[in-house]
Write a protein that binds this ligand. Structure first.
Ligand SMILES: *[C@@H]1O[C@H](CO)[C@@H](O)[C@H](O)[C@H]1NC(C)=O
Length: 316
């Protein structure tokens, strides 16, 4: 089956990694699956043009009901959707967007939520006639680059005056210009805090592996693949206590949670001084990821779901 896969594909983001992994699951079942960035399509007619190519696409998949799924509404292709982070946390607050998302959900042959909670929230805010929402957590796979060095950070004079354990490195692509400017200003004033550019996933994993802990201080909701990857790499996690993080980090078991800067320092010190705690957290984190975020299971789910599209094609 020839499938079109629409997603928001800024390079080196979690979305991109997720889309690539799901694409490879689909191709390993013998289908062809073309991944396209929603940013390349300005109207549904741009997409209609692509879809009518020869040989034509026979089905579609989209991550984000609003950003990507809505482009599929007018096409005569059976499709499935995967809930994106902002769908339920942000986009539903806008009534017009919510109505579009409801249409997308109604027309979709299936929808996938990464967590049980997201599924419940989706069913609460969007009318979904039958239960077509499946729960499939993201599969987590880590690979560490062999060659990796910290030169970029060593250049900073702070390095010599600080203990390695006391520095914080913020790493990732500059996605939002306003937020980036704000972060840069704060970092300039802080000592021991460094900004680093995004890098390949293997290099990022190599960097994480060399850290004492991975921190997530996000205040906005979502599901952190970085936290799960840290667990998979056996690196302890310190995360802000918000529902998205608390869903994967059980305090004192799979990681440590904090709600204030003071608590962050306190929990970090605990982690530094209590070797047994560190070992326990690392062990349980690894087990948690293996049990709940298996790539093998993710592959089986998407292959089964794509079979639904395959069958739908003949019923249409
Ligand atoms: C931090 O956690 C939030 C909530 O779970 C998530 O949306 C975000 O992607 C995470 N960021 C990183 C870098 O882990």
């Amino acid at each position: 089956m020839k499938l079109l896969f629409l997603a928001c594909l800024s390079p080196k983001t979690g979305n991109y990694t997720t889309a690539e992994r799901i694409r490879s699951h689909i191709e390993s079942a013998g289908h062809s699956c073309e991944l396209r960035d929603v940013a390349d399509f300005h109207s549904p007619s741009d997409l209609a043009h692509l879809v009518s190519q020869n040989p034509p696409f026979e089905g579609a998949l989209a991550i984000h009901l609003f950003k990507a799924g809505r482009l599929l509404l007018d096409l005569r292709l059976p499709f499935g959707v995967i809930f994106g982070g902002t769908d339920i946390n942000e986009d539903v607050k806008d009534e017009q967007k919510r109505v579009v998302m409801e249409q997308v959900l109604r027309k979709a042959r299936f929808a996938v939520a990464f967590t049980e909670k997201l599924k419940e929230e989706a069913e609460f805010v969007l009318v979904s006639p039958d239960s077509k929402i499946y729960v499939q957590p993201q599969g987590i796979q880590t690979e560490v680059a062999e060659q990796f060095c910290w030169t970029e950070f060593l250049r900073s004079s702070e390095w010599h005056s600080k203990n390695l354990h006391n520095i914080l490195i913020i790493i990732g692509p500059k996605v939002d210009p306003a937020l980036t400017a704000e972060v840069e200003t704060v970092v300039k004033r802080a000592t021991g805090v460094f900004l680093a550019q995004e890098r390949s996933q293997q290099e990022l994993h190599a960097a994480m592996k060399r850290c004492y802990a991975v921190v997530n201080s996000s205040v906005s909701e979502g599901m952190s693949a970085a936290i799960l990857e840290a667990m998979d790499l056996r690196v302890p996690v310190l995360a802000r206590n918000i529902p998205g993080n608390a869903a994967v980090v059980k305090h004192g078991v799979t990681g440590l949670l904090f709600s204030s800067p003071q608590e962050f320092v306190h929990q970090s010190q605990r982690l530094l001084s209590d070797q047994e705690l560190r070992e326990r957290v690392v062990r349980s984190g690894k087990l948690y990821v293996e049990e709940h975020h298996s790539v093998k299971q993710e592959r089986e789910t998407y292959q089964r779901l794509v079979d639904k599209l395959h069958k739908a094609q003949f019923l249409a």
